[in-house]
Each structure stands twice: as structure tokens, then as C-alpha cells.
Design a protein around this ligand. Structure first.
Ligand code: LIP
Length: 262
């Protein structure tokens, strides 16, 4: 199975998972548990949809590894690992806000953000039925439209960010917003990292930065941005990570990185 086959498999599974997410949302969402903080919730749908994705991938690609937000990590034998957020934007989903996505990436190499190479990625937002996709070296697309990041304009940048579930981190996050606002025309906080990254790739945002993301939040969206001509970095090790994720066109990326890391 080559990278285009892997991408097609990811698209098929993302669409099936997204349709299930919509059905479960319409039936009424039940909170299954809280995780790292009271505000960090997981719904029964998160778990059910990750189980569906994991089962479809295991049937199609039994030797691949898996890293999912809800069911953890399992190393494979093939050198490929699927990195999955079944419902990115869980709080939006629980509140009935339609801005959420199924995020699926397949990576080669060590299954850590510092070391992996993303090979193919999809971010699918089922309510508006938009599937953003990318294959390494072959561009990023929304339907038949190629995705392209923006260039900086005199009006300033439309930036997006997010705030962690732990209230103790909010002061630092707000201080960081204050640091970058001289670059901005305005700021958006939409609640789904994978879609923030997809929107940077699509030119709907000029840039995005957030502290505290997990690998499944950024794995797919980062490839979309890179294949749309953008740069993705952060910390630790200059790659997207728990300490920071930054994504933008090349010129704005450097300005954001300087403002954030000094
Ligand atoms: C969410 C991210 C969002 C971030 C939230 C949360 P989840 O992922 O997409 O950008 O601000 O704190 O991490 O939990 O909905 O999969």
C-alpha cells in the first residue's frame, strides 16, 4: 500500500467516523469522564469513534502501530503508526458547537513528534462536510482545491490560539497573547487545533500558536500546513510539542516564533 492508498484509507475511515460523530451528537452526548482537569472531558462518542477507527485500521493494516487520544499507544511492526484524535474539539462537540473534526495521520519512523515523518493526513469536519487532506510531497487539498498559506499583509495577521484545560496555565497563555498581538489584526479561539492548522493551510487563518497540544492534536494538521507551503514548529526540539506549536507562512512564522520564544 503506497502513500496514496494510505491517504485514501484515512479519508474513507474519517468520513465514516465523522458520520457516526454527527449521529451520536444528534442523539445527545454523554460525558464519560474527566481527564487532566475538570474541564478536560471525554464523551462516550470520543471512545466509540476511536474504537471504530482503530478497528477499521487494524483490519486494513494489522501490522501498523496506533496512537490515539482515548485508547493510548500500540507499537506496530510495519514502521508506520496511525495518530488519531477521534473528536478534536471535544468541548465544542459536547456543547453542540459544530466546529469539531476527526483527525487521522499516518507517520513513519519513531512514533514521537520529535522523530516521526508524517506521510499522509486528513482532517474531516463532518457538519460542514469539509475534508482537508495531504500526502507528503504531493500537496494539501480541500476537494479539488489546492491549499496555500497566506503571506503577511499590512493589515496584520489573523491569528488563532487556544487555552489549556488547566486554569493554572491561563495566565501564561494570556501573557503570550499579549506578546503576539502587535502582529495581529485579530485573534480567533475556535477550540479545535486540527482545524486551526487546516485553516492556516487553507489561508483562512494567517497563523496559529498554542501551548499544551498532544501529538494527536497536531499530527495531521501539521502536514497540511507544510504541504500548503507553511512552516510548523514549536518546542521542545523545534517541532510541534507540548510546550508550543506554531504554524504560519514562512515570513509570519519567524515573527511569531521570535515574539513567543524571544
Ligand atoms: C483540544 C484542542 C484545542 C485545545 C483544547 C484541546 P481535544 O483537543 O483541539 O486546540 O485548545 O484544549 O486540547 O481535547 O478537543 O481533542
Amino acid at each position: 500500500m503506497d502513500a496514496s492508498d494510505l491517504l485514501q484509507l484515512a479519508e474513507e475511515i474519517a468520513r465514516e467516523a465523522g458520520a457516526l460523530a454527527r449521529r451520536r451528537r444528534d442523539e445527545g452526548v454523554r460525558i464519560a469522564a474527566t481527564k487532566s482537569a475538570l474541564a478536560d472531558i471525554v464523551t462516550e462518542a470520543d471512545r466509540e469513534i476511536e474504537d471504530l477507527i482503530r478497528a477499521r485500521l487494524a483490519a486494513a493494516r494489522p501490522d501498523d502501530g496506533f496512537l490515539g487520544e482515548e485508547s493510548g499507544a500500540e507499537r506496530g511492526e510495519s514502521g508506520l503508526t496511525w495518530v488519531v484524535d477521534p473528536i478534536d474539539g471535544t468541548v465544542n462537540y459536547a456543547y453542540g458547537i459544530s466546529h469539531y473534526a476527526v483527525s487521522i495521520a499516518v507517520v513513519s519512523g519513531e512514533p514521537t513528534p520529535e522523530e516521526w515523518t508524517a506521510e499522509a493526513a486528513v482532517v474531516y469536519t463532518p457538519v460542514v462536510d469539509e475534508l482537508f487532506r495531504a500526502r507528503r510531497g504531493a500537496g494539501a487539498w480541500l476537494g479539488a482545491e489546492p491549499l496555500r498559506v497566506t503571506s503577511v499583509t499590512e493589515a496584520g495577521a489573523l491569528l488563532a490560539t487556544g487555552f489549556g484545560y488547566d486554569p493554572a496555565t491561563h495566565e501564561g497563555d494570556l501573557a503570550r497573547v499579549r506578546q503576539v498581538m502587535p502582529l495581529a489584526r485579530d485573534l480567533r479561539r475556535a477550540g479545535a487545533a486540527s482545524l486551526d492548522l487546516a485553516y492556516v493551510a487553507a489561508g483562512r487563518l494567517d497563523g496559529y500558536f498554542e501551548r499544551g497540544l498532544h501529538p494527536w492534536d497536531h499530527a495531521a494538521g501539521a502536514l497540511l500546513v507544510e504541504e500548503a507551503g507553511g512552516l510548523v514548529g514549536g518546542a521542545p526540539s523545534g517541532r510541534p510539542g507540548r510546550e508550543m506549536t506554531i504554524a504560519a507562512g514562512p515570513e509570519l512564522f519567524e515573527k511569531l516564533r521570535y515574539k513567543i520564544s524571544g
